[in-house]
Design a protein around this ligand. Structure first.
Ligand SMILES: [Cu+2]
Length: 214
């Protein structure tokens, strides 16, 4: 009897978790994809967009001080659009494509999560609500977003820019790449003294030993 109660309690406890749909294999995983369920505020799908997103180190090359990036930093779709995402990881390390702020009744934790453990490709669909909103897209692995893997998805023009999107918005905390001249203080004084000494003594040697002899 106790065992049955325990099992029932366990099932009750686990069941909300099972709402989150998840596909997983040896190369990656997709969590909370939704290709059929319309958001409450959408009478129908307004447009279907095929979106290919690349993730990799090479896409960060054009951004000063960045290490990882998506090939694009912004996408624009209509309210109630369905997006068929093809996520491609060009690196040999893990990368994610996560969209945050989605309605919780369709996407548990308000999130769509695609992840590749290395080079590869994944597909997933989602349907967006009608609200004009800017959704955060990023890779949540430690330091990947801070190092550039951050983007935004605008629905109906969005509701502004998110901070720290490479080449789109100013960072919250700016990295400083200016040269610290104070480290050169003593070094430069020594160099200046040496150069002056060489010039002065050189002139003196030339004057006294060669030119003035005759
Ligand atoms: Cu990453």
């Amino acid at each position: 009897m106790k065992k049955t109660k325990f099992l029932l309690a366990l099932i009750f406890f686990i069941s909300p978790v099972s709402l989150a749909s998840m596909q997983m294999d040896e190369k990656g995983m997709v969590m909370n994809a939704n290709s059929d369920n319309l958001p409450k505020d959408c009478p129908q799908i307004s447009e279907t967009v095929d979106l290919t997103v690349h993730a990799g180190h090479k896409y960060a090359a054009k951004f000063n001080g960045k290490m990882f990036a998506f090939d694009q930093q912004e996408w624009n779709v209509k309210p109630c659009a369905k997006i068929n995402i093809t996520f491609i990881n060009d690196d040999q390390i893990r990368h994610q494509f996560m969209i945050h702020g989605l309605p919780g009744y369709l996407y548990p934790d308000g999130m769509l999560h695609l992840e590749l453990y290395g080079e590869g490709e994944l597909k997933a669909s989602l349907i967006l609500p009608s609200q004009k909103k800017t959704y955060l897209v990023h890779c949540e692995l430690a330091q990947h977003a801070e190092k550039g893997m951050k983007a935004q998805l605008k629905v109906g023009g969005g509701d502004g820019n998110l901070p720290s999107i490479p080449a789109i918005s100013a960072p919250i905390k700016t990295d400083n790449y200016s040269f610290d001249w104070t480290v050169l203080k003593w070094g430069s004084i020594m160099i200046l003294l040496t150069v002056t000494l060489v010039i002065v003594s050189g002139r003196w040697i030339l004057l006294h030993y060669f030119w003035l002899r005759e």
